[in-house]
Design a binder for this molecule. Structure first.
Ligand code: AHG
Ligand code: MN
Ligand code: MN
Length: 335
């Protein structure tokens, strides 16, 4: 019996699955593994403030052992959870150079591939600001049982079967889509489960928040500079609010709920920008679109339509409230 309509993440996935009798249930097992990984990483993130006692990440601790960076720890924890679960055949990760093949007997018949940024916004760990994990789920193209190929992992974002992020903020939350809207679940630490807190999230059509690293202004194209000048221009309208933590998950999450645009354009010294297509742009673009927003490279190209050629490729990002993305693009040369 459910109490006061409280819906847990597992219950929600099971309910969704029961509406699709053809579903095998494998995707819900992937979510079970992501959820488990999230709880473990959450535990370690919550200990990050104790680094002075336990040893700073990347240094040597009192026992003379090297303290692993939290990015690496999170990568290992998600890999372990997804391997033990048995429903994932390969992982690509911001922290791995190549495809991480999972070839245990348990996983040999699995069809899912996970792309992940195990810890996003890691420069914020030591200053107690919000960080996150970003994930995408794809189905392999080659037959189950054989080796996972580059073609399997380098799929367009529009092929994602699920995507989302976990935010380790003032609360810990998982926000995701399986292509049927966006829902968010908040971790109730007292019962150790994620509960539906934000059903069917819709991003406001327009907003007043713009999020960008303004320190790069001199290295942006003129069109981007013109848009930023427009955002600041009180002669045309009340100026927008600039909000930028430097942690994509947190900046994105705020704009998703409040309305806004998140941008990481190309610069004169980084012509494809900074953010990675497979680990950051595609999952966030899927969530954006499923919430009624827009996600492009700023020149009319939909992020989810980009054909990937490399695991770690980067692309410029403009995503958020659809009217704001349209406005930004009107200042930038559209193809
Ligand atoms: P990561 O910690 O996974 O390397 O990602 C950091 C990313 C992203 O979270 C953020 O939006 C962006 O880097 C910030 O970059 P700048 O410091 O250049 O603004
Ligand atoms: Mn990142
Ligand atoms: Mn990262």
């Amino acid at each position: 019996m459910r109490i006061n309509q409280v819906i847990s993440l597992s219950q929600f996935i099971a309910d969704q699955q029961s509406k699709h009798p053809e579903a095998t249930g494998d995707l819900s097992k992937i979510f079970r593994d992501i959820k488990f990984g999230a709880k473990i990483v959450n535990r370690d993130v919550r200990k990050a403030g104790l680094v002075d006692i336990l040893g700073a990440h990347g240094t040597v601790n009192v026992q003379g052992e090297e303290v692993k960076k939290l990015d690496i720890i999170a990568n290992e924890e998600f890999k372990s959870s997804l391997t033990l679960g048995g429903d994932c055949c390969a992982i690509i990760s911001e922290e791995e150079e190549d495809i991480h093949h999972i070839e245990t007997t348990l996983n040999q018949d699995s069809k899912y591939i996970i792309a992940m940024d195990p810890l996003d916004g890691s420069s914020n760990i030591d200053v107690n600001a919000s960080i996150g994990t970003i994930f995408s789920v794809y189905q392999r193209i080659s037959p189950v049982g054989g080796p996972v190929t580059m073609e399997d992992v380098l799929q367009k974002g529009s092929n994602q079967v699920a995507a989302g992020y976990i935010i380790y903020g003032s609360s810990t939350m998982i926000v995701f889509t399986t292509g049927q809207g966006v829902n968010a679940f908040t971790l109730d630490a007292s019962i150790g489960d994620f509960l539906l807190s934000h059903p069917d999230i819709q991003i406001p059509k327009d907003g007043t928040i713009y999020s960008i690293n303004d320190g790069n202004y001199d290295r942006f194209d003129q069109g981007v500079k013109n848009y930023l000048d427009y955002c600041r221009n009180s002669k045309i309208k009340k100026p927008y609010s600039a909000r930028y933590i430097g942690s994509m998950v947190s900046d994105f999450h705020r704009n998703l709920l409040k309305g806004g645009i998140f941008m990481y354009p190309s610069t004169s010294d980084a012509t494809e920008g900074k953010l990675r297509l497979m680990f950051e742009s595609n999952p966030m673009a899927f969530v954006t679109e499923q919430a009624g927003g827009k996600a492009t490279t700023g020149d009319g190209t939909r992020i989810l339509d980009i054909e990937p050629t490399e695991i770690h490729q980067r692309n410029p990002v403009f995503m958020g409230s659809p009217d704001m993305v349209d406005k930004a693009e009107s200042f930038i040369k559209v193809k």
